[in-house]
Every structure is written in C-alpha cells, then in structure tokens.
Design a protein around this ligand. Structure first.
Ligand SMILES: C[S@@+](CC[C@H](N)C(=O)[O-])C[C@H]1O[C@@H](n2cnc3c(N)ncnc32)[C@H](O)[C@@H]1O
Length: 237
C-alpha cells in the first residue's frame, strides 16, 4: 500500500506547507476512519487514499498558506460534513478553538468518534447554519468561518457571515472560476455588512484548480439577517 504519510508530507511541502510526523500520523488515522465509516454511511465519494490525501486533506490545509490563524482564534466550519476543512485545520493548529456545524446529525456522530481517536477537542453543533446564526452563542462570535461545497456564494454568505465578529474573515472554498459567483454575491456581501478582501487561486498536485474567496466583516450585521432557510434559497440576496 502507498505510504500516505510520506505522500502527504511531500505534496504539502511542494505547496509550501510543512506537515510534521505526528500530524501525518493523525491524517492517516483520520483517513482510515473515514474510509471505514464510509462503507456504512455516505461520507465521501472519494475513496482512494491518495485522493483523500490530496483532495480532502491538502485542499483543506492550503487555507493556512493564505491566512494567518492567530493562537486561540475561534473558527466555525459551516456544513462541515466529514470534517472538511475544519478537522485538517485542527490537526495542523491544535490550539484553534474549533466549532464544527452541520445540519445532519449522522455526520457529527462520525466526527465525535474521529476527534476522540485523534485526541482533539472541538465543539460539535447540530443545526442549520441560518438557525445557529440567529442564536446568541454563535452570532457574531467567531474570528473565522469556513465552508466548502455547501452552497452557491450568494446563499452561503447569508449562512456564514452572521457568525463573524467585527474584523472577522470568512473563507469560501470554491472551484476553478470563482469570478461569476463572486459577482453574483456582491449585493449579499454588502447587505450583510462585509466586503470582499481577496481571491486566491491554486492548483492541487493532481491538477485540480481551486480558489479561496476571503470576505471580511467591516460593519455590524443588520438584525434582519439571516432570514429563514426557505427564503434564503428561494430568494437569495
Ligand atoms: C457536500 S457536503 C460538504 C461537506 C464538507 N464541507 C466537504 O467539503 O467535504 C455539504 C454539507 O453541508 C451541510 N449543509 C448544507 N446546508 C446546510 C445548512 N444550511 N446548515 C448546516 N449544514 C448544511 C450538509 O448537511 C452536508 O454535510
């Protein structure tokens, strides 16, 4: 079997990220659990270890190349699914105060098991993002929010931006051409008291092209938002 730890260490290094031996071991354990649980529960369509390493783990941690995460930063991963990008970020930065949120409880049951095995702590929240975004413990409480493969950006902004403190940053992980989605989300970003900070693009070692859209809170969030779920998707801002 391919040495996944060595592969991960070298492909991360080629992208400018250092993974130490302990972190590589954690990634290997995470992968084994993911693939075992995936036989009983639909967690990921990616089943080859090399692809899990690159398309899930490496993709998730590449955020660190473009974003300084101060010690004890509070980060919420919205629609985390099987833990991406939140759990790989926690493996790389154990001091991160991580919240993993998903509307599907079975994903959180998997994540509880993974975090236990990896001796990592995170808050697990079973809720729709737009509901949690109206609740006191979550609204305006985070330095960072992340989301990958959850919704188009105009909808995603109403899910994720309510979690940000003033000055906080949302990182939306997107595909090859984020420009049109970003254009369509401009109104939502402004109405939610935020502004587009930057877009970064990179190519994974297997040739997949990805982008990161950074959006920062510059104004308070109006009371009106987030609206209820059906309104958000039927009538995006
Ligand atoms: C395609 S999966 C992506 C999971 C993970 N972020 C990844 O990149 O592999 C989308 C996830 O978002 C969750 N989700 C979608 N809309 C949501 C919402 N409004 N609130 C909370 N979770 C949501 C789904 O339950 C699912 O687990």
């Amino acid at each position: 079997m391919e040495d996944i730890q060595a592969l991960l260490i070298s492909s991360a290094q080629s992208m400018g990220i250092e993974i130490n031996k302990g972190q590589a071991e954690s990634f290997q354990q995470y992968m084994e659990q993911l693939l075992n649980w995936n036989e009983k529960m639909n967690l990921t369509a990616i089943k080859e270890p090399r692809e899990v390493a690159e398309k899930h783990f490496l993709d998730s941690i590449l955020i660190l190349k473009y974003l300084k995460l101060p010690a004890n930063a509070k980060l919420i991963d919205v629609g985390t699914g099987a833990g991406f990008p939140g759990v790989p970020l926690k493996i790389m930065r154990p001091e991160l105060e991580l919240t993993l949120l998903d509307g599907l409880n079975k994903r959180l049951i998997f994540l509880k098991d993974v975090l236990g095995h990896l001796h990592l702590q995170a808050e697990l929240v079973h809720a729709r993002a737009e509901e949690a975004g109206r609740q006191k413990p979550f609204r305006g409480k985070f330095d960072f929010a992340t989301a990958r493969a959850v919704a188009p950006l105009n909808i995603l902004c109403e899910y994720c931006l309510p979690f940000l403190k003033m000055g906080g940053t949302f990182v939306a992980m997107k595909g090859l051409e984020p420009e049109q989605e970003t254009e369509e989300a401009k109104k939502a970003i402004a109405l939610l008291g935020c502004e587009l900070a930057k877009i970064e693009k990179f190519t994974l070692p297997d040739g997949d092209r990805r982008s990161l859209i950074f959006i920062r809170r510059t104004e308070p969030l109006p009371d009106l938002y987030p609206r209820h779920g059906a309104k958000i998707s039927k009538n995006p801002l």
